[in-house]
Write a protein that binds this ligand. Sequence first.
Ligand code: UD1
Length: 419
Amino acid sequence: MSEHFLVTGGQRLEGEVSVGGAKNSVLKLMAAALLAEGTTVVTNCPDILDVPLMADVLRGLGCEVELEDSEVRITTPAEPKYHADFDAVKQFRASVCVLGPLVARCRRAVVALPGGDAIGSRPLDMHQSGLRLLGAHSEIEHGCVVAHADDLHGANIRLVFPSVGATENILMAAVLARGETVIDNAAREPEIVDLCNMLNQMGAKVSGGGSTTLTIQGVRKLEPTTHRVIGDRIVAATWGVAASMTRGDVRVRGVNHKHLGLVLDKLRTAGAEVTPEVDGFRVVQRERPKAVNFATLPYPGFPTDLQPMAIGLAAVAEGTSMITENVFESRFRFVEEMIRLGADARTDGHHAVIRGVPVLSSAPVWSSDIRAGAGLVLAGLVADGVTEVHDIFHIDRGYPRFVENLRGLGGIIERVSTE
Ligand code: UD1
């Protein structure tokens, strides 16, 4: 049995929506719990499928994990297991973030490779070369990353690209290494800052979070802590873009608007009135959105995770937009589905040119990943008729209470089971 959404277009979104903790933060914070013996508590966890999946990965490593409402309690033993097998990690790619903590804590790790991804190949070469510079041997053997280190020591590491995952794994290994590590060209995403803050609460010595250079003084031991996950800027921006596309009026709560500086500026260029608020922001769009160019880049650039929403906005904007994808090479695959909905779109390499049309036209479409799925629902909101969005398990991996939230804003959406 699978499920799909029926989305009825034509409604203006209005009202208030709250977002939970960031998916791309919570999974790494849960992995960081491996670094300290005892009970670590992570609060403001989003109600998404990836959180129980990560809990299973940690259980497989010998942790006790309790999930209750928006809180996860992870009790890490004195000697965690170091083997995350294929059954545990196959369902989601973020599980690879246990690699750094395991190398730090057990001095060895075997983490199965999660396999391909619809948005493009996601190699681990930077994760591995960083760990090697810290003194770990790291190879791919029989479908697993195998790493071990007799002596984990500080190093100067320059990333060739500010990879989020590589920065996190190297950082989580370096906190328990002997001496000083400097990571240059580090990722600057707010989720990295969140991780640095939690590690420092645990007794780590990390400085420079949010800048291109992270400096880590290794310590011998970390202590468990309680930490609140930052709000999910990608979910928040999804609702902001939806407001703009539907000429709506939406107040988004539970997120730091400063994490969305460029995104909110782009909505302003599209003609929206965007007001930053203490705990979020408000987007009011009165006229048809105007065309906007987007180029995805590492933070503080425009997030690749919002590229499908940007295409949705461009698809109904007045004028022609150019969208450039600089982070994941296959992310434009989803444009085929947008064309099925009547978007006038053409891609060439990592560029897409979209000529806006006044209204899209409903059709059955298939999600290929979390963000593409959400982008297709947004497109369904501005399509004539009822759009069927299939493979919605992707959306459930990243968007808590998606249907309830959208309905709360006046959207017409139904979850339907397919036999
Ligand atoms: C994280 C996010 C994902 C987001 C992405 C970029 C999580 C769980 N996922 O993914 O939602 O879209 O950041 O903001 O946090 N690369 C290499 N070699 C490596 C590592 C990465 O070539 O060793 C390449 C990737 O193929 C990709 C680019 O670097 O083209 C960016 O990847 P990265 O920043 O590592 O993304 P993730 O951490 O996988």
